[in-house]
Design a protein around this ligand. Structure first.
Ligand code: CA
Length: 170
């Protein structure tokens, strides 16, 4: 047999393993790695909000509603997440420490034209809402908001934007 052949021909039995046909190790695969967020997974949402308590409440609300989420306290950190992972939706606070949310939306739209965006506006002021929509936000929600309203708006927006290229893993 093959093993006997090696045993009789190899002067160094210790290296025999390298010469025998090997079964692939469990978990070994020539296929590309599984994407972090395949399109069939739960909706994945980026929360760009600098107030930790609010961000945590939003994340908890999303988890309860079977969404996964990532919190970014600054626009810079959000940019890093967006470069690494595919998101189905962005919750964008207007009052951020490193940039105004409206200005960030302009930059974001150049790089991610189809990423669904809901703006979190501190005041329920008409000018803010209109500006956000004009700059390409898909929806807005005025603080304070109820978890139920947030979930309803996220679900409605995801329904409208499902199966568009931005949501597909490339
Ligand atoms: Ca804020």
């Amino acid at each position: 047999s093959l093993i006997e052949y090696h045993l009789t021909t190899s002067p160094h039995p210790a290296i025999l393993d390298f010469r025998l046909p090997q079964k692939p190790h469990k978990g070994f695969s020539l296929n590309p790695p599984v994407p972090l967020h395949p399109p069939t997974a739960m909706p994945h949402i980026l929360i760009l909000e600098d107030e930790a308590e609010i961000a945590e409440i939003i994340a908890l609300t999303l988890t309860r509603d079977h969404h996964t989420s990532q919190i970014a306290p600054t626009a810079q950190i959000a940019g890093q997440h967006l470069a690494r992972e595919a998101y189905d939706l962005l919750l964008l606070d207007v009052g951020l420490p490193d940039i105004n949310g409206f200005d960030y939306l302009k930059i974001l739209r150049a790089q991610h034209p189809r990423l669904p965006v809901i703006m979190l506006t501190a005041q329920d002021e008409e000018t803010d809402r209109i500006l956000g929509l004009e700059l390409g936000a898909d929806d807005y929600i005025g603080k304070p908001f109820s978890p139920r309203e947030l979930n309803a708006r996220i679900k409605a927006l995801l329904r409208r934007t499902q199966r568009q290229p931005e949501n597909e893993w490339n």
